[in-house]
Design a protein around this ligand. Structure first.
Ligand SMILES: [Zn+2]
Length: 741
């Protein structure tokens, strides 16, 4: 690893057309904050910059629909987002906004530099245009009937009912979602950035040079690069945004994805006159925290822009998170399926750390994860209260009771194996937490902190100083044994304050207050040692760090979430489709959809992940039970379906399983291998009747033991009203092992 002199951390610019929800926090703000707090605790030179993204057509559309100005829209949401982030203790050094003059100047200057270098291609194309609303339309803003499944509310880029990728030309009866007008085609001129010219450099830089990037990030970059890059329009027709700094370019603004990442540079300029140290010197480590929907912009487009410009450093890492779902469903701001940060703060005052804890321990670092209120309660009550809080509270109470409220001495002559083990555990924990934090594995790092407090609880439980106390006055070593136990537990408490600080800063402060130690003592370098508290030093009275969360509080939240759902099939309400897609992670802009509005924006960047970047806003409610049929299960996203591997198979042999009258052991030919599957169909079929039968197998189900036999998969069956089972089959013989999708 290069020896860096300073670190610059950015977190995705949230789109200023809606409030912040917990998916945003989990996606990038919380991990970025944890990273920055840790680096500061290491006394490193670090700056943490961010701000609101206030341009783009969804904002003008929202303003149009609400009858206000775009300025009013962004003013409102910028303030809301800014205070939610501050209230959650996201420790930005600056939280700016892209409507600031310094940003307009910086972004326009950046564009002009590339223009003067002759890097843009000027092209005239035909775009969809809404004559009533007087706006060019992105595919997402055109709806009509899906030619494949007949869904009357398909979008111009995709039908969310059948999942087909579409173009507006394919829609039957197309109309604008803004005015209901039939869109027409109109000529317009824009400036295109030739991404393909940077393809081989990007391949080298990412695929060869950054193999250490997270798998989800590296994999997405590779698939974009493998599918080939094309020119992309960097300007749009609009009056809201950064004016294209060229003569004759009236009515044209910079594409929001061109200007937004430059916002990181502008914010740094606003923060410090030494901004060039952070942006223009090779010994700076630049890290972008984002959600997965922004990977292409931060790993491919922005670096290509920076490379083309030539003055700036490139990101060293882009640790993107996947999506956080809520109670099993994808976040949707248009359906109001979200947990809003400002509402959480109102309902759970002073409990920022609980949310931070739950979001970090369940962070979608490698795959989409689910937030549920029950899990929130469980993690609070059985981890924060019962383990971490309990240990520190017991330590403080016992120290006051058995050691006169002072740090007791440690009597070396009485040290035993349990003490030695605990000391080793503290040192080991420090190394592990540090390793996790340096490598963006925040869940693992937090787990190590909790694991140390678990071990501490066990140590205390084994030592039982309250039992030893019965021997006081009888056994001369009793006080010394108590001293040793509490001395170590107090030093460990101070260590926990250091280790938990990046994750739960309020909790660290509370511990620090009880222990009366100065900030300097709790710097990272002091972690792992037993010299944090001086012997004889008197400490404050214990205060509880966490409180139990009751069932009633959780029920209230679950009911509120369910009651607040807006069923809005079809077109996105008030232009919030953009917020939806970004909803689950960090920012507001996506690969497809509204960001492409007004120009042939999607050209070249509707890559392989494009289909995943859209929100299921044409959600249908789970159907009710009809005519004895079970109700439809909650909706899933395509990604969930794609995880299942269905294959064709042929039953080679079948036999009864001893002592199990429902089970048959089947050997199934899957083309590439023979599988053993245990199936509960013995009461429906005789083993002899099954040989040679064609079946559909779930081929990637985790193995499971039944009656001592390992079953490797499952056969699909349909059950009729009478409880009779039927095989699911093809219309004729097919080879085994074929993939079904
Ligand atoms: Zn369809």
């Amino acid at each position: 690893m290069t020896d860096y002199k300073r670190i610059l951390v950015t977190a995705a610019l949230p789109y200023a057309n809606g409030p912040l929800h917990i998916g945003h926090l989990a996606g990038c703000y919380l991990p970025a904050d944890i990273y920055c707090r840790y680096q500061r605790s290491q006394q490193r030179d670090i700056k943490f910059v961010g701000g609101s993204d206030e341009h783009g057509v969804p904002i003008t559309i929202r303003a149009l629909k609400e009858g206000v100005t775009p300025r009013q829209v962004v003013d409102k949401y910028h303030e809301m987002i800014k205070s939610s982030l501050a209230d959650m203790h996201i420790s930005f050094d600056i939280y700016s906004r892209t409507s600031n003059p310094i940003h307009h100047e910086t972004a326009a200057g950046f564009f002009k530099t590339l223009y003067d270098k002759g890097l843009f291609e000027e092209k005239e194309t035909e775009q969809y245009y809404d004559e009533k609303a007087k706006l060019f339309l992105a595919d997402r803003y055109i709806t009509g009937t899906c030619p494949i499944c007949g869904n009357p509310n398909a979008f111009g880029d995709q039908c969310e009912k059948c999942g087909s990728s579409l173009s507006p030309e394919q829609l039957i009866d197309p109309r604008s979602t803004l005015s209901d007008a039939v869109p027409i085609k109109k000529k317009t001129t824009h400036w295109y950035f030739p991404l393909q010219d940077y393809e081989s450099w990007l391949r080298e830089w990412i695929l060869e040079g950054h193999k250490e990037w997270k798998n989800n990030v590296y994999g997405q970059c590779k698939s974009w690069l493998d599918s080939g890059l094309q020119s992309r329009a960097m300007t749009r027709d609009s009056n809201w945004g950064i004016k294209v700094p060229l003569p004759g370019a009236e009515g044209k603004v910079l594409y929001v994805w061109f200007d937004a990442p430059i916002g990181y540079i502008s914010a740094t300029k606003e923060l410090t006159e030494h901004w060039q140290d952070y942006w223009c010197r090779e010994d700076t480590k630049l890290v972008h925290f984002i959600g997965k929907d922004n990977i292409v912009f931060h790993c491919i487009i922005f670096p290509a822009m920076l490379k083309a410009h030539g003055d700036f450093v490139l990101p060293d890492n882009v640790p993107a998170n996947e999506f956080l779902n809520i109670e099993g469903e994808k976040v949707s701001t248009s359906r109001n399926w979200a947990v809003w940060v400002h509402e959480y703060l109102r309902d759970f005052p002073d409990q920022q750390d609980v949310l931070r804890y739950v979001l970090c321990s369940n962070a979608p670092e490698t795959k989409d994860n689910d937030f549920t209120w029950r899990d929130f309660q469980e993690r609070n009550n059985s981890e924060l209260v019962a383990i971490f809080g309990n240990f520190i509270n017991r330590t403080m109470v016992l120290m006051h009771k058995l050691c006169n409220g002072k740090v007791p001495p440690f009597h070396n002559e009485l040290i035993d194996d349990a003490d030695r083990q605990l000391i080793a555990d503290i040192q080991q924990a420090k190394a592990r937490v540090e390793d996790g934090l340096e490598h963006f594995k925040f869940r693992d790092a937090l787990f190590e902190v909790m694991d140390l407090s678990r071990k501490a609880n066990k140590y205390m439980q084994d030592k039982q100083p309250w039992i030893v106390a019965r021997e006081l006055g009888k056994d001369p070593s009793a006080q010394k044994l108590i001293d040793n136990c509490l001395h170590l537990c107090l030093q460990l408490t101070a260590n926990l304050a250091i280790f938990i600080y990046p994750f739960l800063p309020d909790t660290a402060k509370k511990i620090q207050h009880m222990l009366k130690v100065v900030d300097r003592m709790l710097e990272w370098k002091n972690g792992g040692t037993l010299k944090l508290l001086s012997v004889g030093y008197s400490l404050r009275a214990p205060e509880l760090l966490f409180r139990k969360i009751e069932d009633a509080e959780i029920e209230k939240q679950v009911n509120k979430l369910r009651a607040g759902v807006i069923s809005s099939p079809g077109a996105p309400a008030s232009g919030t489709a953009q917020a939806d897609t970004a909803a689950a992670t960090g920012s507001g802009k996506t690969t497809t959809g509204p960001s492409a509005i007004g120009a042939a924006g999607a050209t070249g960047v509707t890559g392989p992940s494009a289909a995943n970047a859209t929100d299921g806003s044409s959600m249908t409610e789970p159907g009710a039970a009809t005519a004895g049929l079970p109700p439809v299960k909650p909706q899933i996203v395509y990604d969930d379906f794609a995880k299942l591997d269905f294959r064709t198979g042929i039953i080679i042999s079948a036999e009864k399983v001893a002592k199990a009258d429902k089970l048959l052991k089947l050997e199934i030919d899957l083309g590439f291998e023979t599988r053993t599957i245990v199936s509960g169909i013995a009461q429906h079929f005789s083993p002899e009747s099954l040989t040679g039968k064609q079946v559909v197998v779930v081929a990637n189900l985790a193995p499971r033991k039944m009656k001592g036999i390992e079953s490797n998969g499952m056969i699909l069956m349909a059950e009729d009203a009478a409880g009779k089972l039927h095989f699911i089959n093809s219309d004729g013989p097919v080879a085994p092992g074929l993939s079904i999708s």
